[in-house]
Design a protein around this ligand. Structure first.
Ligand SMILES: Cc1cc2nc3c(=O)[nH]c(=O)nc-3n(C[C@H](O)[C@H](O)[C@H](O)COP(=O)(O)OP(=O)(O)OC[C@H]3O[C@@H](n4cnc5c(N)ncnc54)[C@H](O)[C@@H]3O)c2cc1C
Length: 523
């Protein structure tokens, strides 16, 4: 079927939902269609635990938060963007409070500000250890009240329609009817999140397959800094636990990392020990695991805090670990590092605008210059909020000059229903494994070249499959995942230094000159 809308928002995490809210307020007479490939709440946003970084208290200063962000970004941040996002944080946090979000308070009524690695002050506003769940729910409740926003769940964007660096809308798979719709829009906004499913171990939910980055790349958007994939040091290690993150806030409250034998090791790697930046903690664990041959290390809060404190501050982690018979008030938690955050992405300005006209990218899929070579903890929900606000302002300004241009319908050609689902799962598995082993926390040129050879073979196979068989969501995701994997590999090969979270044993030092990595199709 053909649809027309003023604004097509793809994704229902913090960025897509906030954009719908801000835009609806600014242009209430325009139609907004918000689509999402699973249920509304299926997003990384829902899983965020730690909170949102914001200078809130008189003891803290914007300059401190800016400095911490620039230090983490290791020479690659865009300072103007960093300043704009950080100084806007209190206003955007107030927007959430006005919508009804109740951040956790102390007994005296002040907000309970948490501390995370890389932050020089306590500045993380949170809702216990389930901030994302509360943020997502408040946003969903408020978006559902809007008259000019239509929501479609289980609609998966397959590809954008773009010609000569101008975007007209998107082809979208309706998973209930199996139809591919043609949606024309004045502006299309990708708010599709990260790509953690590229790696064997990840904290990300299943939706994080890099769809937006791959679609934008095919449409001609410049993709930047994709070699910087942040690994979270502590994901629960258990055969049946799928992607469960153990928040950094636990280390902020004194939890220590030890080997399985109970030996602390972080003092050997960084003066801030457990509160060193994430990349250093991840590399330290990786190095301990390589030395010992163990498959996990331990994170111990039980011997540092009393059980009531642990249960009241970390109820989500306490309950979830208990499901796997781990009582975190009595014993240490087995953990491994996992792919967590896509620091690079589609090169955009702060308002999400790209080099492709009428195409905007916000949130984790975008690379605005806030994070540089490494993301400071809890800056990403903030980026989603600020950039959706800026994007809404830009979109509303030019509204009279924008037109809806229709484009040709999807051509299924001779595609037949797939009878070989095993090909998809096999290819997916292969990519995740070699990305983990060859393009993971510590890289070498040899491993990267091996990964490149493999991804080229797989991409040929997957592209063939894509054109021969009827489109289904798994196939769309696999194709995007493979495209983004190749972008990461090529970006990592081109960086002949170690900087931020990109660490290559063949070039262990940092170059004097810092430069971003940019790629545009064809490379
Ligand atoms: C476990 C975990 C803990 C985290 N903790 C924190 C934290 O404490 N603080 C912090 O700042 N950040 C945290 N992060 C990072 C942060 O949650 C994300 O960066 C942020 O939520 C991204 O928001 P987003 O709106 O860009 O994307 P998401 O929230 O991931 O939403 C993406 C949306 O796009 C949809 N989508 C994707 N592809 C398609 C497609 N092809 N068609 C249609 N829809 C599509 C998805 O279904 C989803 O609705 C955490 C992340 C994880 C995974």
């Amino acid at each position: 079927m053909k649809f027309k809308t003023d604004f097509l928002i793809i994704g229902s995490g913090i960025s897509g939902l906030s954009l719908a809210l801000y835009l609806s307020k600014l242009v209430p007479d325009n139609k907004i269609l918000l689509i999402t490939k699973e249920a509304l709440q299926d997003s990384s946003t829902f899983h965020a635990q730690g909170g949102i970084a914001c200078v809130w208290d008189d003891t803290d200063k914007f300059e401190n938060h800016i400095k911490d962000t620039l230090i983490a970004g290791d020479g690659l941040c865009d300072e103007a963007v960093v300043r704009k996002i950080i100084t806007q944080a209190p206003d955007r946090i107030n927007d959430l409070i006005e919508l009804g979000l109740e951040f956790t308070k102390k007994e005296n009524g002040d907000y309970d500000l948490g501390k995370e690695g890389g932050h020089s002050e306590r500045r993380i506003l949170h809702v216990n250890d389930q901030t994302g769940k509360s943020v997502e729910q408040i946003l969903i409740d408020n978006v559902k009240k809007l008259n000019n926003v239509e929501i479609k769940e289980y609609w998966c964007a397959v590809n954008l329609y773009a010609e000569n660096f101008k975007c007209y809308g998107a082809y979208v798979l309706d998973q209930e009817s199996d139809e591919i719709h043609n949606i024309a829009a004045k502006a299309t906004i990708l708010a599709t999140g990260g790509a953690g499913k590229i790696y064997l171990y990840t904290t990300n939910p299943d939706i994080s397959s890099g769809d937006g980055i791959a679609m934008a790349y095919r449409a001609g958007v410049i993709i930047a800094n994709m070699e910087f994939y942040q690994f979270h040091p502590t994901c629960l290690y258990h055969p049946y636990a799928k992607s469960f993150l153990i928040t950094e806030a636990l280390r902020g409250e004194g939890a220590v990392l030890t080997t399985i034998g109970g030996k602390e090791f972080m003092h050997n790697y960084h003066p801030s020990k457990e509160l060193a930046p994430r990349d250093i903690v991840s590399r330290a664990i990786d190095s301990e695991l390589k030395k010992s041959g163990d498959d996990h290390v331990l994170l111990d809060i039980a011997s540092k805090k009393d059980p009531n404190f642990i249960k009241s501050h970390f109820p989500g982690i306490y309950e979830n670990c208990l499901k796997f018979n781990i009582d975190i008030t009595k014993e240490p938690i087995p953990v491994v590092p996992s792919a967590h955050y896509c620091v690079g992405g589609c090169l955009t300005k702060i308002d999400g605008s790209t080099k492709v006209k009428n195409l905007y990218v916000i949130g984790e899929s975008a690379c605005t210059g806030l994070h540089g070579a490494n993301r400071l903890a809890s800056n990403s929900l903030l980026e989603g909020l600020v950039c959706s606000y800026e994007c809404a302002k830009t979109l509303s300004k030019g509204i009279k000059d924008r037109k809806i241009n229709e484009f040709k319908e999807w051509e299924p050609g001779n595609a037949v229903p797939s009878t070989e689902a095993v090909i998809i799962s096999q290819n997916w598995d292969e990519i995740r494994r070699f990305m983990w082993n060859y393009v993971g926390i510590v890289r070498t040129d040899l491993r990267l070249q091996r990964a490149k050879k493999r991804i080229n073979l797989l991409l040929d196979e997957i592209n063939q499959y894509y054109w021969d068989f009827k489109i289904e969501k798994n196939l769309v995701e696999l194709r995007n995942l493979a495209t983004v994997a190749k972008i990461i590999i090529v970006s990592a090969i081109s960086r002949k230094e170690s900087r931020g979270i990109h660490y290559n044993l063949d070039y262990p030092n940092k170059s004097e000159m810092s430069r971003p990595t940019t790629l545009r199709r064809p490379w």
